[in-house]
Design a protein around this ligand. Structure first.
Ligand SMILES: Cc1ncc(C[n+]2csc(CCOP(=O)(O)OP(=O)(O)O)c2C)c(N)n1
Ligand code: SF4
Length: 480
C-alpha cells in the first residue's frame, strides 16, 4: 500500500519573502495565537485556487492587519479607519475586472465604519467583506469594541462591559441579514481545526460569488486576540468557543447566490460624455462641443477660486470645469467649505488640462482668483512662481505682496452691482480670467451659462456679466 504524500506549500498569493523593518524582520507582525494570520492564509488560498490573484485589490483597514501588504502579492490600498467599503466601492466600479477584498476588524467595521459597511451592503456592491471579530480593539491596546461581550474586561471597561452603559454587543451578521441586498452572509469561527475548515469554505464562497458577479458577500470570522484577552493562545480558543459563540451564533445566515442575477459588466451601465454633462446641467441640451481646431492646448491650469460663502466660488468653479469639458479638455472640480453655512470662507479647486488628470487636489495653484481679503491672505503664498493672482479689488484693498507672480485686479463686485446683481461678480471674474489665461473662451462661458444656471431669470444678467468681464479685460488688462 502506498502512502499518499501530503504536500503543504505556500499559497501563490503570498510573497516569497517579506521584509519588515528592525528586529523580527522575518516574522509576521502578529502575536502568537492571533487569528489574523489564519484568515490571511484562507484568503490567499481561496484567491490562488480560483486563479484571481492578479486581479485582487486588497483594502486593508486600520487595526492590527494594517500591515497586510507585507504578506500578500496583491494590489493593496490602505484605507482610512472604517472606510474600506467606500474605497472598495470606488475600485470595484472603476476596475470592472477587479476582485475587491475588504478586510476589517470590529473596531474598524462595526465602530467607526458602521455607516460605510451598512451602505455598501445595502447597495449590494459586488465585493467580499471579511470581518475579523475579536471583540476588542487589538492594535491600540485592548479597548472595548462594539462586539465586546457583556461583562468582558477591557482597557476601557475595566469592570466589564455593562448592558446599562454600553448596550449589547452588536451582531453584524444579524444586521446584514436585515437588509434585502446581501447575497451571502455567514459567521464562522477559528475556535478549532474543524471550524477553521468551515471558515475556509465560507471564504472561498465569498470570493467565488464575487468572481461570478453575484453581489455583496459578508463573512464574519470569530477570531482570538490572546494578548489583549490576556490569555495563552490555547485558552483563548476555548474562551472564544465558550463565550463568543453563544453570543455570536456560528451559522450561515443566507446564501442567495443561485438566485442572484450576475451584475452587469460596467460598460453596460456607462453614460456617454454628453449624457453625463446633461445629467449635471439643469436643462439638458449640453450636446455641443466648442471647436478648438487651430487652437493650441492651454498649459495646465491649477486654479483655486476662493471667497466667502455666498459669493458663488463653487459655481464659478463648476462653470470653468464645464467649459473646459465642452472644449474637449479634461477638468476636475472639488469644493472645500468652511464650517459656516454662509459668510464663511469657501474655495473650489479646478484643474483644466489637455492630458488626463491623476489627482484633483490643488495645493499649489498657478491661478488664484481671490474674491475677498481672507482668501488672498490664505492662498497668496501657495501660488506657484510665475502664476497668476486675480483679485476682486472691490473687496480687497491691499495689493498682492509677491513679486514673482502676475497680479491683476478687477472690481468685480462693483461691476456686478452696476449690472443689478451682486451675485454675478463670480462670472465677471471668471470672464476676465478666461481672457487672461486663454484656458477657455468667453464664448464657451456664454454657451454653458444657460445650462449651469438653474434660475432662468438670472441667465441674461450672467451673460451680460461675461461681456462686462471681457470689456474690463480689454480696457484694463490686455497686453499687460
Ligand atoms: C480616525 C481614527 N480613529 C482612531 C484610530 C485609532 N485606532 C487605530 S486601530 C483602532 C481599532 C482597531 O481595532 P479593530 O478594528 O477591532 O482591529 P484589530 O486591531 O483588533 O484587528 C483604532 C481605534 C485611528 N487610527 N484613526
Ligand atoms: S493584538 Fe490581538 S489582534 Fe492584534 S496581532 Fe496581537 S493577537 Fe492579533
Amino acid at each position: 500500500m502506498t502512502q499518499e504524500t501530503v504536500k503543504h506549500c505556500k499559497s501563490k498569493a503570498f510573497y516569497d519573502e517579506f521584509f519588515r523593518k528592525g528586529e523580527g524582520d522575518k516574522q509576521t507582525h502578529y502575536c502568537p495565537g492571533c487569528g489574523h494570520g489564519i484568515v490571511h492564509k484562507l484568503i490567499a488560498e481561496a484567491t490562488s485556487d480560483l486563479g484571481v490573484n492578479d486581479r485582487v485589490v486588497f483594502c486593508s483597514p486600520v487595526g492590527c492587519s494594517v500591515f497586510a501588504y507585507y504578506y500578500f502579492d496583491y494590489g493593496n490600498i490602505q484605507c482610512a479607519h472604517g472606510r474600506a467599503p467606500a474605497v472598495a466601492t470606488g475600485i470595484r466600479r472603476v476596475l470592472d475586472d477587479s476582485i475587491v477584498i475588504v478586510y476589517q476588524g470590529d473596531g474598524d467595521l462595526a465602530g467607526i465604519g458602521m455607516g460605510a459597511i451598512m451602505h455598501a451592503a445595502n447597495r449590494g456592491e459586488n465585493m467580499s467583506v471579511f470581518f475579523v471579530n475579536n471583540a476588542i480593539y487589538g492594535m491600540t491596546g485592548g479597548q472595548m469594541a462594539p462586539t465586546t461581550l457583556i461583562g468582558q474586561r477591557t482597557m476601557t471597561s475595566p469592570s466589564g462591559r455593562s448592558l446599562g452603559n454600553e448596550g449589547f454587543p452588536i451582531g453584524m451578521c444579524e444586521l446584514m441579514d436585515a437588509l434585502k441586498t446581501p447575497v451571502y452572509v455567514e459567521r464562522v469561527s477559528l475556535g478549532d481545526a474543524g471550524r477553521v475548515l468551515k471558515a475556509r469554505t465560507a471564504i472561498r464562497k465569498a470570493v467565488k460569488y464575487q468572481n461570478e458577479r453575484r453581489g455583496f458577500t459578508f463573512v464574519e470570522i470569530l477570531s482570538p486576540c490572546p494578548v489583549n484577552w490576556k490569555m495563552q493562545p490555547e485558552e483563548s480558543r476555548r474562551w472564544l468557543m465558550e463565550n463568543m459563540e453563544p453570543v455570536f451564533p456560528v451559522k450561515q445566515f443566507r446564501d442567495r447566490a443561485a438566485e442572484a442575477e450576475p451584475r452587469a459588466a460596467r460598460g453596460d451601465e456607462e453614460l456617454s460624455d454628453s449624457e453625463l454633462l446633461e445629467l449635471f446641467s439643469s436643462e439638458g441640451d449640453a450636446n455641443f462641443h466648442t471647436d478648438r481646431t487651430g487652437l493650441s492646448d492651454p498649459p495646465d491650469q491649477l486654479v483655486k477660486i476662493a471667497g466667502f460663502g455666498g459669493q458663488g466660488v463653487m459655481s464659478a468653479g463648476i462653470l470653468l470645469a464645464n467649459c473646459a469639458v465642452c472644449e474637449g479638455l479634461n477638468a476636475t472640480w472639488i469644493p472645500s467649505y468652511g464650517a459656516e453655512m454662509r459668510g464663511g470662507t469657501a474655495n473650489a479647486s479646478v484643474i483644466v488640462s489637455a492630458s488626463p488628470i491623476g489627482n484633483p487636489v490643488v495645493s499649489e495653484p498657478n491661478v488664484l482668483i481671490a474674491m475677498n481679503l481672507p482668501s488672498l491672505k490664505t492662498f497668496e503664498q501657495s501660488v506657484l512662481p510665475s502664476g497668476m493672482i486675480l483679485v476682486n479689488s472691490s473687496l480687497v484693498d491691499s495689493k498682492v505682496g509677491r513679486g514673482d507672480v502676475r497680479a491683476f485686479y478687477i472690481p468685480a463686485t462693483e461691476i456686478a452691482n452696476k449690472l443689478g446683481s451682486v451675485a454675478t461678480a463670480n462670472v465677471i471674474a471668471m470672464a476676465a480670467y478666461a481672457c487672461l489665461s486663454g484656458a477657455v473662451s468667453p464664448e464657451t462661458l456664454k454657451q454653458v451659462i444657460p445650462l449651469s444656471i438653474k434660475k432662468k431669470n438670472l441667465i441674461e444678467v450672467n451673460l451680460a456679466a461675461v461681456d462686462e468681464g471681457v470689456k474690463y479685460y480689454k480696457e484694463n488688462m490686455a497686453g499687460r
